[in-house]
Design a protein around this ligand. Sequence first.
Ligand SMILES: CC(C)(COP(=O)(O)OP(=O)(O)OC[C@H]1O[C@@H](n2cnc3c(N)ncnc32)[C@H](O)[C@@H]1OP(=O)(O)O)[C@@H](O)C(=O)NCCC(=O)NCCS
Length: 180
Amino acid sequence: MIRAARADELERLRGIELAAGEIFRSLGMDAIAEDEPLTVTELALFQTRGGALVFTDASDVPVAYLLLERLDGNAHVEQLSVHPSHARRGLGSELLDNAEKWAQAEGLEWLTLTTFRDVPWNAPYYRRLGFEELEPDMLDDGLRGILECETLVGLSRWPRIAMRRRVEPHSAGAASVSLY
Ligand SMILES: CC(C)(COP(=O)(O)OP(=O)(O)OC[C@H]1O[C@@H](n2cnc3c(N)ncnc32)[C@H](O)[C@@H]1OP(=O)(O)O)[C@@H](O)C(=O)NCCC(=O)NCCS
């Protein structure tokens, strides 16, 4: 099930990100696997505003999560991580759909994110889920700022891009999160 994260689960979310990141070693991107996850304090900034969504197992323990914030007047996905024990079962896609329901309820037009262009489970995955690449001249200030920060911290050693998916105006069901 998908629900908002609780404060006492933030350390677990860090563990999910570390475990999920291991797969980058298979592409020689060890620096990404070793990248320190967001701190509990940084995660709390999302969680306290309702922008941390978790997918839980049958025991209500988080096995995947998505961080969401408002950026440039859109709903921006800051992070999506699925524990390898639960990969490739549609959890990532369901979390994105739920983020979209929130954006729809808020009347926002786009779901946005930044990601690695050439990593199979990044841009090509999002493209299959309906995201399109944003060319540099289409970027608003917030997204441009994120890409610039990513360059500063060395992430763009492997090409990074911004992507967006239009928020469907009539998708059914209520969001499991309420942000702000
Ligand atoms: C990317 C990620 C969130 C996908 O979550 P998921 O729940 O496993 O994905 P879904 O079940 O919704 O979709 C599965 C599809 O993702 C893609 N995918 C997932 N893992 C993959 C892999 N190891 N290699 C290639 N494609 C992969 C494939 O298209 C796959 O479809 P298939 O199983 O039919 O081939 C997850 O793999 C993850 O946490 N990766 C590490 C962290 C990361 O890269 N996060 C995104 C940062 S922008």
